[in-house]
Design a protein around this ligand. Structure first.
Ligand code: SF4
Length: 340
């Protein structure tokens, strides 16, 4: 890799860190990412940035926070699609109906809608009224999308829903989306957060990542594993789990003291770029170590000394940092899904 110029093909953009929901496990809120962020870029800022990433097909992941809070989102999706890129948008859809209709009409490849349970469970997690807004907008998006736009329901497993996954699956299945995905709770043990911060400090970098091991307190991993197996039996390939942990791995994942080891290295640091709402180039959203402020030459920053030092540290540390143990970005592993 020494002299090779890296060109990311997977581009994640946090359009805003603002959101109308109040999910307690949201790492944007827990790590106070909004406080460290400058002024949000607008449509022109993002199209300039995207143009500076050079030619070639890319996969764009437009997220946040709540990206639908940015009124230019449909226009950005249309521009990316017209240029031949693949576009996925995440949302919790607590927005006006017109915003939902406009996003669907723009025709992204996939809309990923967060719903963390049936009405009572979702509202308990996200705030009163969140379910009704999301389901109303889901119906609008189903009606307004072009044929190629897929809608996936995305459920983060958390303390409130972890022992009720089959009931959650039934509630989500009834909504008639194209797919259902369960995301294992991402949390960071205090020891791992401190170890990563110390490693980064050694190269003059920093992460806002805080310990979040309290999120796993009170979760019954055996009940969760049983429910996950039942969902798999009921749904077959219609329900996905990220990462696709086995029952044994689930028990380890939800034990903060367990040192899950990951083979390979984080591929995302070599083929993906992550931008904050102000255009800063980050290593990734979980670590959020800033490589550069907004720049007219993002590819130079991606191949610059600061990112090189970060990648060297990553490899020297075995391919991942201690706080990567429960990062759900499984495709980012060069070695696939296996944990030890
Ligand atoms: S595995 Fe680590 S370095 Fe890679 S995306 Fe996750 S937190 Fe970032």
């Amino acid at each position: 890799m020494k002299n090779k110029q890296l060109r990311p093909s997977y581009i994640a953009i946090d359009l805003t860190y603002r959101c109308a929901l109040g999910c307690g496990f949201c790492f944007v809120a827990r790590n106070k990412l909004e406080a460290g962020c400058g002024r949000e870029l607008g449509l022109r800022g993002w199209t300039d940035m995207i143009g500076a990433l050079g030619p070639g097909h890319k996969k764009f992941y437009l997220t946040g926070g709540e990206p639908m809070l940015r009124p230019f989102l449909p226009a950005l999706v249309k521009k990316l699609k017209a240029a031949g890129h693949t576009v996925l948008v995440t949302t919790a859809a607590r927005v006006p109906a017109a915003a939902a209709a406009a996003l669907a009409g723009a025709g992204p490849d996939e809309i990923v809608l967060s719903l963390h349970g049936g009405r009572a469970l979702h509202d308990r997690t996200a705030g009163p009224g969140a379910w009704d807004a999301a389901v109303r907008n889901l119906e609008i998006m189903k009606a307004r999308r072009p044929a190629h736009t897929r809608i996936t329901l995305w459920c983060t497993i958390n303390r409130a829903n972890h022992a009720r996954l089959p009931a959650v699956w039934r509630a989500l299945k009834a909504l008639g989306a194209d797919g259902i995905a369960f995301n294992h709770l991402e949390f960071v043990a205090a020891r791992d957060a401190a170890a990563s911060a110390a490693l980064l400090a050694g190269i003059g970098s920093a992460t806002p990542l805080n310990s979040s091991e309290d999120l796993a307190q009170g979760m019954n991993a055996a009940a969760l594993a049983k429910g996950a197996a039942e969902v798999r039996r009921l749904a077959g390939k219609d329900a996905k789990f990220y990462p696709p942990l086995t029952g044994r791995e689930i028990k380890k994942w939800y034990s903060p003291a367990a040192k899950m080891e990951r083979p390979g290295f984080c591929l995302g640091q070599f083929n993906a770029a992550w931008f904050a709402p102000d255009g800063s180039l980050l290593t990734c959203q979980p670590l959020a170590a800033r490589i550069s402020r907004r720049t007219a030459a993002p590819l130079a920053a991606y191949n610059g000394q600061a990112y090189k030092a970060f990648r060297r540290l990553l490899i020297k540390n075995g391919g991942f940092f201690p706080s990567c143990r429960r990062c759900g970005r499984a495709p980012y592993s060069s070695a696939g899904r296996t944990y030890a």
